[in-house]
Design a protein around this ligand. Structure first.
Ligand code: SAH
Length: 221
């Protein structure tokens, strides 16, 4: 990654990124592997150039189509919670969006399968993964509420848009011992961790209150 666009200058420089890591530690993100990957990942390439100078602020930012790139703290928290059970091989992400969360996951697990309902967002994300040289990401343009059944079971599933209730399909596509991290609710949303204990039983824990865009049905070309 020695290209100047990837490295960043000024407000997208290394020092600015270091400050973000300090802030994430202050907010109690403890997984060193997660912190290291966030530190090395150029968030500014996942944002429109006009906003790139704000890439390392700990805030969500607009991408196109009324969507947002998640706040770094939330990306860090969800990744930490997903990985807390041990290394993951086969991970599904619902809501590729800018691809930032996808890129973080791809550096921490063996293979990421990510689905997005808005085609132009997916196309941009694919270009960014190429720029970063990430090769362990498979993308699909689909309604991710249905999961990705041909690639199931997953030992981790991360959802980055909020349904009103956890989709049954996602629960069914979780491996035994697998972990699902998902925001749930409308106005009041809670980030939940669901662990599949055995074929029938799931253990659910509330992590914290969050605010995500809604998980919507159907696709946009
Ligand atoms: N992790 C992304 C978050 C983007 S916002 C990032 O940091 O950039 C959530 C994304 O979920 C949006 O791109 C939205 O289009 C997508 N989304 C919403 N409902 C979906 C669905 N049913 N299937 C797939 N993607 C969906």
């Amino acid at each position: 990654m020695n290209d100047i666009r990837l490295q960043g200058i000024g407000m997208t420089s290394r020092r600015t990124r270091d400050r973000l890591i300090v802030r994430l530690r202050e907010q109690n993100i403890q997984d060193e592997k997660v912190l290291a990957v966030i530190k090395e990942t150029p968030r500014h390439i996942f944002i429109d150039e006009a906003l790139a100078h704000r890439a390392y602020e700990d805030t969500a930012l607009p991408i196109s189509f009324n969507q947002t790139i998640s706040q770094p703290y939330i990306v860090a928290k969800m990744t930490e919670v997903l990985l807390a059970g041990g290394p993951l091989k086969h991970v599904l992400e619902v809501g590729t969006g800018s691809g930032y969360q996808t890129a973080i996951l791809a550096q921490l697990v063996e293979q990421v399968f990510s689905v997005e309902r808005i085609k132009p967002l997916q196309d941009k994300a694919r270009h960014r993964f190429r720029q970063m040289g990430l090769k362990n990401i498979r993308l699909q343009h689909t309604d991710g509420g249905m999961g990705w059944s041909s690639k199931a079971p997953f030992d981790g599933i991360m959802v980055t848009a909020a349904p009103q209730e956890i989709p049954e399909e996602l629960l069914a596509q979780l491996a035994i011992g697998g972990r699902l991290v998902i925001p749930v609710g409308q106005e009041q949303q809670q980030l939940k961790l669901v662990v599949r204990v055995n074929v029938r039983d799931y253990d659910t824990r509330i992590i914290e209150n969050v605010r995500f865009v809604p998980l919507l049905a159907g696709t946009i070309q």
